[in-house]
Design a protein around this ligand. Structure first.
Ligand code: OOB
Length: 522
């Protein structure tokens, strides 16, 4: 299901949805003499101007088409932050296939699941090993998913080049790519985004965040995440004719080298990284960070105490970002009063965003906190292949699952979540998925995974385990090794275990996750 026709009509008539496509972002700048020779993307090793990027994108797009990849086919990307990532994404856009945004941290469980639900025909990932054999993982996916025909080496894209040609123009209201959800279920749900809906969010983000051609945006989070991709992120900076700098690692020792070298003006961080950056700067640094004007923090709740320290420590304007790959993104304003910037998660970026708060039964509540539901010109109304229909209300609004409060000025304060999704410093963990993997261990009779609070990560995971034999419970090390070997991303391995004889129950005899969470604080 897509937007009801009256809403779509309204978005079109008001110029919210335009005729722009993802391919236009690079193509238009490359054909504009004011931008063609400007640096578009740079990593530790190389840089490309808009004209160079456009040329390489054209060659790779033609090569992908020659392999037999067709418009609307899905191409799964798993590429570390690098110039090659940008080349690959835009090449897939140009030949009108749909990128599917895998993360470098994904392992067989996630990648097979994603490739299968997307019916991916190709995987683009590095063939060389850097601490991890991505090619072996891609081979595993190809063995298990029939549709996958091509493995493309992101370290050597040139071998796939062909003479550039015209691939036709995408319909802006058609799908442009599939994003991955943080997800409260096992395999990530796929999020279908159109050119028109997503590019509206990019243009609007640029306005709210003051992005222009002088912006130098540093990507330290995995580039495929929605936050660094479009809030305003990579797409925002390129759309404005600015420069995107990609860091291979997010720590000050690596990232600040690039801030200094490329005169970075803006960066997006998750709270644990913001804390490391802040504490490192408070301790004093020789790096020249004076170009840095805006630090955005989002993906998980930024503690107020940390939020107050960021600006003074780094000499920047703080912007909080509360968003979701499904759509809605909220920002604090660059000129907002300090208590709003440090104490709220911002307000919806668009006048077309509609919000409501409801209780557990879906009944509207006037003064929060309540569960946030939303609809708008860049918020999806269904997952790919209609997965998880209960994530949408009967009238199509998206149920975020987040518990929020609204301030008098319309800002949101995020209070928590209703579901069993754990937010581990911005990376989302489905309790259910981790439980399933731990349960497969013979020494485990039953397991429940809950969030425990953590000073650095905000939340981390604790597995309550009922052992098969109480006299010989499994250790944390054993279970982590077991889950890792079963092919799950590293951030999902349990951080702690607690051995328990029986789970506490709710009044109606169900396991009480709430009581288990409470046990951790006593
Ligand atoms: C971003 O996107 P996702 O899809 O990885 O995760 C969305 C969820 C939200 O529903 C919320 O539970 C949590 O992440 N979240 C926050 C938050 N930002 C995201 N919770 C509290 N405070 C915040 N500032 O995480 C995402 C997408 C676009 C921009 C920024 C973040």
């Amino acid at each position: 299901m897509s937007w009801p026709s009256e809403l779509a009509q309204k978005y079109r008539q008001n110029g919210v949805w335009s005729d722009e496509t993802f391919d236009d972002i690079v193509a238009r700048k490359a054909s504009d003499p004011a931008f063609a020779d400007k640096v578009a993307v740079v990593d530790a090793d190389r840089s490309l101007t808009y004209a160079e990027l456009d040329d390489r994108v054209g060659r790779l797009a033609a090569g992908l088409a020659e392999l037999g990849i067709a418009p609307d086919d899905r191409v799964l990307l798993q590429i570390p932050n690098s110039v090659a990532y940008i080349e690959a994404v835009f090449a897939v856009f140009r030949m009108r296939a749909l990128p599917v945004f895998g993360l470098p941290a994904h392992r067989a469980t996630e990648l097979v699941g994603v490739a299968r639900s997307a019916d991916a025909v190709a995987i683009i990932s590095p063939a060389s090993t850097r601490g991890f054999d991505y090619r072996a993982l891609a081979e595993t996916v190809r063995e298990q998913v029939d549709t996958v025909r091509h493995l493309i080496d992101s370290d050597d894209l040139e071998q796939f080049w062909a003479e550039p040609r015209d691939h036709g123009r995408a319909d802006p209201e058609d799908l442009g790519f599939l994003q991955l959800s943080g997800g409260s279920t096992g395999v990530p749900k796929l999020i279908p985004r159109t050119h028109a809906d997503y590019l509206y969010s990019v243009r609007r983000s640029n306005e709210v965040c003051g992005v222009d051609q002088d912006t130098v945006y540093l990507v330290v989070l995995p580039a495929a995440h929605n936050f660094p991709m479009s809030s305003p992120g990579i797409l925002g900076a390129l759309h404005a004719g600015g420069t995107v700098v990609l860091a291979a690692a997010p720590l000050p020792s690596v990232a600040w080298e690039l801030v200094q070298r490329d005169r970075v003006t803006m960066v997006g961080l998750v709270p644990p990284l913001a804390r490391i950056w802040t504490e490192t700067a408070e301790g004093g640094t020789d790096f020249d960070l004076s170009s840095l004007a805006t630090v955005q923090v989002g993906g998980a709740r930024c503690p107020d105490e940390l939020a107050r320290r960021i600006s003074p420590a780094l000499g920047v304007t703080l912007q909080q970002v509360f968003g979701m790959a499904e759509g809605l993104v909220c920002y604090t304003g660059l000129d907002d009063p300090e208590d709003e910037v440090t104490g709220t998660q911002g307000r919806p970026m668009s006048e077309w965003d509609e919000l409501r708060l409801v209780d557990e039964d879906g009944v509207p509540v006037t003064d929060g906190p309540g569960f946030l539901e939303t609809q708008g010109p860049y918020t999806i109304r269904t997952y790919w292949k209609d997965a998880s229909p209960s994530s949408f209300a009967d009238d199509g609004w998206y149920r975020t699952g987040d518990v929020v409060e609204l301030t008098g000025r319309g800002n949101l304060i995020v209070r928590g979540r209703g579901t069993d999704r754990i937010n581990r410093g911005g990376e989302k963990v489905s309790a259910e998925q981790v439980e399933e993997h731990i349960l497969a261990h013979p020494a485990v009779r039953d397991v429940i995974v809950v969030a425990s609070s953590d000073q650095y990560l905000g939340e981390r995971t604790c597995a309550y385990v009922i052992p098969a034999d109480l006299a010989e419970p499994p250790t944390l090390g054993v279970l982590r090794a077991f889950v890792r070997a079963s092919g799950l991303a590293e951030w999902k391995l349990p951080d702690a275990i607690k051995v328990i004889e029986a789970f506490p129950e709710t009044g109606v005899g169900k396991v009480s996750r709430k009581k288990l969470r409470e046990l951790l604080t006593h």
